[in-house]
Design a binder for this molecule. Structure first.
Ligand code: FE2
Length: 117
């Protein structure tokens, strides 16, 4: 985790292997990003990830700008990065589904320059 990023976002898991509501094959949580933040390129091995925008604007892979109410799905292995808008914080609800071994594994970031759209 880059140090600069650690000060620009926070998350909480409300359901999942480490959450207050236990579950092995599903994680539900919230992530809050500061304005002008880029969460680096990454993918999730064995996990499908979906986001619902609650507040603020953001883009994924610089392909579009998503407003509150948007739903985004990142299938297993899909390379993606998140960039938030210039003015407001961005709050997203997220869900990860996958096998228990995949959901309890560490997050890994991709090498720069390997992004596929
Ligand atoms: Fe992700």
């Amino acid at each position: 985790m880059p140090k600069a990023l650690a000060r620009r976002y926070a998350y909480c898991e409300v359901l999942g292997p480490k959450g207050p509501v236990p579950a092995d094959d599903l994680i539900l949580g919230f992530v809050l990003f500061a304005p002008k933040t880029t969460y680096p390129q990454h993918s999730h091995k064995g996990i499908s990830e979906s986001y619902i925008s609650i507040a603020g604007s953001w883009s994924e892979n610089d392909a579009a700008v998503f407003a509150p109410g948007s739903l985004i799905l990142n299938d297993d292995g899909h390379e993606h990065r998140i960039t938030t808008g210039d003015r407001d914080p961005c709050l997203l609800a997220y869900a990860w589904t996958g096998a228990p071994e995949a959901l309890s594994g560490p997050m890994t970031f991709s090498r720069p320059g390997t992004l596929r759209r």
